[in-house]
Design a protein around this ligand. Sequence first.
Ligand code: ADE
Ligand code: ZN
Length: 341
Amino acid sequence: MTSNVHQLIDTLPKAELHLHIEGTLEPEMMLALAKRNKITLPYDTVEDVRAAYQFDNLQDFLDVYYLGMSVLIEERDFHDLTWAYLTKVHADGLTHAEIFFDPQAHMERGIAFETVLAGITSALEQAHRELGISSKLIMCFLRHLSEEEAFDTLACACKHKDHIFAVGLDSSEQGHPPEKFERVFAEARKEGFVAVAHAGEEGPPENVANSLDLLGVSRVDHGNSALKDAALTQRLAQQQTPLTMCPISNLRLKGIPDLSAAPVKKALEANLLVTVNSDDPSYFGGYLNDNYRAVADALTLTEPQIVTLARNSFKASFLEDSEKQTQLDRIDAQVARLRPA
Ligand code: ADE
Ligand code: ZN
């Protein structure tokens, strides 16, 4: 791999659009918070925690992910978690983040919605002030829970429209298709929330089409299986519906046998608005730039393709057009700096 490609990856401004904040919990922080909050985990050491990160599928991972987040109790825990992520990816050139959080996974442990939200938003505000990182927050419904519970969670979000920009749909895709949440998403959009959903991660292309048609999503998270359906691929290209792909996640959850099977290049070649993201970087062993490097190497992406991915990350974001333009200009300036005419 040419070092020029890696130099671009290291230095281009980028947005991350598919990132579960609870999936950034590093083993060291997990154990420290367990101690601070007197939570018993089945792990004693960082090595024990990492040894548990062997997954055969999405559900294997989700079981460990929900267990790990049980150490998050106080507002400052959510603040520390979010701040740790932002400072780390600041070094990757991240200038904008659209971040998922899973309030139901905390509320069912007795943590107040407001505790979670206050901790995350105070870190986002600090990152804006001190690191120049802009952000938006996306509240996810857990799709393995009921429609009624999703409606209750939406009611919580409606009290905090100043801090929550969009709603999403995550957790177990198998057995919980998008149509289960059609009415919740209709209500959320009526309340003014933008909609996104995980689809086509383990599920069929119909889950992608139904997320568009029944949930009214503006962006599809993963969307991998859509590439198996030529008509759907053409539709995504024509509508320029963004896909937030997560190659190292796909590898670690055995959605693909190796990184050369990541559909990022195929999506670029089909003119899709594809982006590269980390999903749950602590659990999958790779932050934003690790994901860029992984696909660049495995798929021998060219310099223009890396620039396109960075540009796509802003085009696919929920920033205002003028803010997108500012970020795209920053990319152009960095490209010019690396390649003086
Ligand atoms: N929650 C956290 N990470 C997820 C993923 N990759 N898919 C579905 N739900 C998730
Ligand atoms: Zn995800």
